[in-house]
Design a protein around this ligand. Sequence first.
Ligand code: SAM
Length: 235
Amino acid sequence: MDGNNLSQRLKTVAKYVKNNRRVADIGSDHGYLPIYLVSVEKASFAIAGEVAMGPLSNAEHEIKLAGLSNQIMPRLADGLAAIKPTDEIDTITIAGMGGALIAKILEQGKAKLAHFPELILQPNVDEEDVRRWLVDNHYQIMHEEILKEDQHIYEVIDAVKADQPVHYSAVELRFGPFLINNQNAAFVEKWNDKITRLQSALHQMQSAKVPPVARMQRLNAEIEQIQGVLKNARN
Ligand code: SAM
């Protein structure tokens, strides 16, 4: 993978970046996403924000190699601290991290969201944390995608600031308001895998000397919820 040859996962993030945007990619690692966005002229300007020196050096190297140092600024910073008001960022991408960390980065960087940039987020796990942060901060989900690549299943969420408070049900927050209504093979596989893991945990608990009844009831309820969501799509 490089800036001209992105993974399907990062290509899906890039797909939701509108044309001629000013993008901050937070947790940019090699800077592949901003390099791609500027190369295909989706971004006119980009920041590659990184909290760690090694990945930042990689990004600096790749940006120079691509000849894009005038348009992409590598910055060593924690989260949205990479963004300056003069950057006039209108799109933020955060990909390849856990949902809890993405939500924390957004929460801690709220001051940098004053002009309501579009958020394109790709949590590797705990997507519900991201959706909850979006709802709490009046961001509406415009698109969602779930895809499988190299044995991993990824979700991508594109959200914009809403004029009105946004409401999603508990089920929508967990499974994704768009994903739940358009269940593809990756969605079904992800949640069937989850059922298998929960059932295996249940079996272990059943064979305990003192089975943890309350915990087992919670796991059973969780399994039933997932089965209900998958069944609804088949009907
Ligand atoms: N975004 C790239 C992608 O999706 O391929 C890189 C993902 S990599 C697994 C996560 C990167 O986020 C690492 O390079 C890490 O140093 C960086 N990171 C983690 N926490 C961060 C934070 N608070 N602020 C900026 N970067 C962070």
